[in-house]
Design a protein around this ligand. Structure first.
Ligand code: ATP
Length: 753
C-alpha cells in the first residue's frame, strides 16, 4: 500500500482507550501503531486511559508491541474512568505531559463520555499552551510546535449509542456473547418448561436488548427507549400464554439495563419474575449476563472495524499536519470521529456527533421517547416493527383461497438462510398469505417436494444453521416442469435465497417470461453465500458466521504455530473464485499474506516472500507466518505449490504445514449479525413481493445491502456487471482493503525513533 504523505518532520501520535473496555480495541490500537510507524512517525501508547495522560504513564510503541493482539478481548493498553480529567486542571495536566513529550496528535478510542473529554481538551488546547508558556512550564519553541492538537475519535463501546455510526467497536461481540448465552439457556429452559428473564447491558440505549431479542426469537423485550405502560404485566403474560398455546415450551424475556416504567420507576428482573409467577404459575429464572458480555475474543466484525478505524484515524490526524505534503496541511483542524456507514468508514465532526448523542439521551430523560428512537436511526425503528411481527402469534386462520408465496434455497447451505425464511413466513402469515417451502432446489419444485411453512413450524429457524429446506447447487432447467410446479401450487411470488446461482436463476426466470406467463410473478433474491459473490449487495448472509468460525480456527492454528517448529502455516479457505473470504480472514487474524485470484502472484513472488519470511523468522522479529489461500486463487499455484516453495527456502529449519478448513467454515449456529440481517432481508423480501411497486415497478430484484439500507436492485441491470465465467461481480468493494494485509504485517525497513 502506497504511503499517502511525503515524509517531513517526525510527529508523535498518541493513542488511548477510555471508559468501559470493548472487544476490537486491540485491533484498533494495533492499526494506529502500525500505520503511524509506516508513515514514518512516532507512536505513543497511553496506558490506563486519561489517567495515563495525566500521570505520564506513556510508552513509545514498537512494531512488535502490537504483535498477536488482534484476537484478544479487552484493551492491551488498559482503560479507566478518570474523574480528574473531567476537571479543567486535570486536562491542563494532561496537556502539559503532551507538550513535554511532543505529542500533538491524539487518537481516543472510547464511548461518548471519552469522546466528550477529548473534545474539551481540543477546545482548551490553545489556551493551555499559552498559559503553560506564560507560566514558564514549556518553551516558546514547544508552544509553537504544538499550537494545534490534531485529534480523532473512534467509538469503542458495547452500547452502540453513537448516532452517526452503524456500529461501535465492541457492540457486535457483546451481542455475540448474549446470543451464545441465551442459546445455551434455551436448552435448559425447554427441558424444564421454564421462563428465563435475561438482563443485558445498555444503560441508556436499548440496541443490545432489542437486537438480541430479534436474534434469539425472544417473547418479550424491555428496553429504555420505550418504557412499557402500566399494563405491561398483563401484556407480557398474555404474550407468554399465547405462544405456549402454539406449543412453545420455554420463554425468553430480555430486560435492558436502564429500563423504567412510564413513570420513570426502574423495572427489575425480580419484579418481572414475580409478576409471571403470580399470574401464570410458571417457573421463572433470572440470568444476569453482566461482564460476560465484555468477555472473550472479539468477533470478526469488531476486529475488522477496529483495524479499519484505527488505520483511517491515523490518516485523519496527519491530514492537517504541516510538513507532510497534504494540500490542507497547516489549516485549523476540526476533530473528526471515524464512523461506519454500510461498508464505508466515514468521518463526522466530533462536536456534532457528541451533540446528537447528548440530544438523544436528553430526550430520553425528558421522556420524549419517540424522538429518542428516531434519533437512534431508522434501523432502530425497523427493529421494533420486526419484533412485533415475528414474535406475536397469529390470531386467525389463513383462508384457503388466499395468495401463496414460495421460498427456495439455492447453492450451498449457509447461516442466515433459515432466519430469512422464518421472518418472510411470519410476515406473510400475518398478512393472511400462505408460504410454501420448496425442498431440495429446483428438482423439489418439479417433483412436488414442497412443505407448507406456518407461523408455528418455523419456530426456532432464526437460530438454526444450514438450510432447513435443503439447498441445492442447481440452475432451473426443464422450464416446462418448473412452470407446471408453479401452476400446480398457484405460486404468486417467489423468494430465492442463495448466492450467484440464485441470481442466475432469477435471471433465467426473467428472460423466459414471454414464453411462460407463470414466471411473471414478483421474484426477490436474498443473497446468502459465504463467498460473498452475489451481485447487487456488498454483503451476503452467511459471511459473518463463516468468518467468525474461521477466526476461531485460525487463532488456534496461530497459537500452536508460536510454540512449535512449524512456523509457516498455509491455510486454505473456501470462496470459489472470490477472494473475499481469504482477504477478510487475513485482515481479521493478523495473517501476513492473502493469496487471491484478484491479485496476481506468481512463483517468483512466492519465492521472494519465502526468503523474506525466513529472514524475519531468523531475526526473531516474526513468531509465525500465516498465508491464507483462497481455494480459487489460481490453477497454477496450489497450496502444495506454496508449500514446495517455502520448504525449499526454509530448508527444514522451520516446518511448513497446510490446513484446509473445509466445510467447517460454514459454521454452526448463525452469528447474531446473520440472524438479524436474515430477518431484515426476509421482511424486506415480503414487502417487495406483496407490493411490487415498492421495487420500483421492476418485479425481479436482488435485495442489496447498500450503505446501511437494504435496496431492491433489478436483476436485469446486474447482468452486465458480473463475470459469468468466474461467477463473481466485476466490481468488488472489499478489494480496496486487500493492501492492508501487507501494510499491517510487513515491518517497514526504517522506523522513526
Ligand atoms: P462507556 O460507553 O463504556 O461507558 P464512556 O467513554 O462513555 O464509555 P465514561 O465513563 O462516560 O465512559 O467516560 C470515560 C472517561 O472519559 C471519564 O472517566 C472521564 O475521564 C472522561 N469523560 C467523560 N465525560 C467527560 C466530560 N464531560 N468531560 C471531560 N471528561 C469526560
Amino acid at each position: 500500500m502506497e504511503h499517502k504523505f511525503q515524509k517531513g518532520k517526525n510527529h508523535g501520535i498518541g493513542v488511548l482507550t477510555s471508559g468501559g473496555d470493548s472487544q476490537g480495541m486491540n485491533a484498533a490500537v494495533r492499526a494506529v501503531v502500525r500505520e503511524t510507524l509506516r508513515q514514518g512517525h512516532r507512536c505513543y501508547l497511553v496506558r490506563e486511559g486519561y489517567t495515563g495522560l495525566i500521570t505520564g504513564n506513556i510508552d513509545q510503541a514498537t512494531w512488535e508491541h502490537v504483535a498477536n493482539v488482534t484476537h484478544l478481548g479487552g484493551s492491551m493498553i488498559g482503560t479507566s474512568r478518570c474523574d480528574e480529567f473531567r476537571t479543567t486542571d486535570g486536562r491542563k495536566k494532561a496537556a502539559k505531559i503532551m507538550f513535554d513529550r511532543r505529542i500533538f496528535h491524539l487518537i481516543v478510542i472510547g464511548g461518548d463520555g471519552s469522546l466528550m473529554g477529548a473534545q474539551k481538551l481540543k477546545e482548551e488546547w490553545g489556551r493551555f499552551g499559552e498559559e503553560l508558556f506564560a507560566e514558564g512550564k514549556i518553551t516558546e519553541e514547544v508552544a509553537n510546535e504544538g499550537r494545534e492538537l490534531h485529534l480523532a475519535g473512534i467509538v469503542g463501546s458495547i452500547d452502540n449509542d453513537c448516532i452517526e455510526s452503524d456500529k461501535s467497536i465492541g457492540s457486535d461481540t457483546a451481542l455475540h456473547r448474549i446470543c451464545e448465552a441465551i442459546d445455551g439457556l434455551v436448552m435448559t429452559a425447554q427441558s424444564h418448561q421454564r421462563v428465563f428473564v435475561v438482563e443485558v447491558m445498555g444503560r441508556h440505549c436499548g440496541y443490545l436488548a432489542l437486537t438480541a431479542a430479534i436474534a434469539v426469537e425472544a417473547d418479550y423485550v424491555f428496553y429504555p427507549e420505550i418504557p412499557p405502560d402500566d399494563k405491561w404485566p398483563e401484556q407480557l403474560c398474555h404474550q407468554l400464554e399465547s405462544v405456549r398455546k402454539y406449543g412453545k415450551r420455554q420463554n425468553v424475556i430480555i430486560l435492558g439495563e436502564g429500563v423504567t416504567n412510564s413513570k420513570g420507576m426502574k423495572i427489575g428482573g425480580k419484579q418481572v419474575k414475580e409478576e409471571i409467577e403470580t399470574r401464570l404459575g410458571l417457573e421463572v429464572r433470572i440470568a444476569t449476563l453482566g461482564h460476560l458480555q465484555r468477555g472473550g475474543a472479539p468477533t470478526f466484525l469488531d476486529r475488522l472495524l477496529g483495524l479499519r478505524m484505527g488505520h483511517e484515524a491515523v490518516l485523519e490526524v496527519l491530514k492537517t499536519t504541516e510538513d507532510v505534503g497534504s494540500p490542507i496541511a497547516g489549516q485549523k483542524t476540526v476533530a473528526q470521529v471515524m464512523c461506519l456507514r454500510g461498508h464505508n468508514i466515514e468521518r463526522n465532526e466530533l462536536s456534532r456527533v457528541i451533540r446528537q448523542t447528548e440530544t438523544a439521551n436528553e430526550e430520553m430523560q425528558q421522556r420524549n421517547y419517540d424522538l429518542a428512537c428516531r434519533l437512534r436511526g431508522f434501523g432502530f425503528l425497523d427493529k421494533r416493527t420486526y419484533l412485533n411481527f415475528v414474535s406475536v402469534p397469529l390470531s386467525f386462520t389463513i383462508p384457503e383461497d388466499m395468495k401463496t408465496f414460495a421460498v427456495i434455497h439455492i447453492g450451498s447451505p449457509c447461516a442466515g438462510m433459515n432466519a430469512a425464511t422464518f421472518s418472510f413466513t411470519r410476515m406473510a402469515n400475518h398478512s393472511g398469505i400462505k408460504v410454501l417451502g420448496i425442498k431440495n432446489g429446483w428438482d423439489g419444485l418439479k417433483n412436488g417436494d414442497v412443505k407448507l411453512l406456518t407461523w408455528e413450524n418455523v419456530q426456532g429457524w432464526a437460530q438454526a444453521g444450514g438450510s432447513m429446506l435443503g439447498a441445492k447447487r442447481q440452475l432451473p432447467s426443464e422450464l416446462d416442469k418448473i412452470a407446471e410446479g408453479l401452476n400446480t401450487h398457484k405460486i404468486d411470488g417467489l423468494v430465492i435465497i442463495g448466492g450467484f446461482m440464485a441470481f442466475q436463476s432469477a435471471l433465467v426466470f426473467q428472460k423466459n417470461r414471454s414464453d411462460y406467463s407463470c414466471l411473471s410473478i414478483p421474484i426477490v433474491v436474498i443473497p446468502a453465500t459465504i463467498s460473498n459473490n452475489c451481485p447487487g449487495t456488498c454483503m451476503s448472509l452467511g459471511v459473518d458466521t463463516a468468518l467468525n468460525e474461521i477466526c476461531r480456527q485460525v487463532d488456534n492454528i496461530s497459537q500452536n504455530a508460536m510454540g512449535s517448529k512449524n512456523k509457516v502455516m498455509i491455510i486454505e479457505t473456501m470462496g470459489s473464485r472470490s477472494g473475499f473470504l481469504a482477504t477478510m480472514t487475513a485482515l481479521s487474524t493478523g495473517s501476513q499474506f492473502a493469496l487471491i485470484r484478484q491479485v496476481e502472484t506468481n512463483e517468483d513472488d512466492l519465492y521472494k516472500l519465502a526468503v523474506e519470511t525466513k529472514q524475519r523468522l531468523d531475526s526473531g522479529n516474526l513468531e509465525k507466518f500465516l498465508l491464507i489461500r483462497s481455494e480459487g486463487a489460481s490453477e497454477e499455484i496450489s497450496a502444495i505449490t506454496v508449500k514446495r516453495v517455502f520448504d525449499q527456502v526454509m530448508k527444514n529449519k522451520y516446518g511448513v504445514r497446510i490446513t484446509n478448513l473445509g466445510y467447517s467454515q460454514l459454521g454452526g449456529h448463525p452469528s447474531c449479525f446473520d440472524r438479524q440481517m436474515g430477518i431484515r432481508m426476509g421482511v424486506r423480501a415480503f414487502e417487495g413481493i406483496v407490493k411490487p411497486d415498492k421495487m420500483g415497478k421492476r418485479d425481479c430484484c436482488v435485495i442489496g445491502l447498500r450503505g446501511s439500507s437494504l435496496r431492491y436492485v433489478p436483476v436485469q441491470g446486474l447482468e452486465n456487471k458480473v463475470c459469468f465465467e468466474h461467477g463473481i461481480p466485476l466490481h468488488m468493494w472489499w478489494l480496496k482493503l486487500h493492501p492492508l494485509v501487507e501494510a499491517m504485517t510487513k515491518k517497514p525497513e526504517r522506523i522513526s525513533t
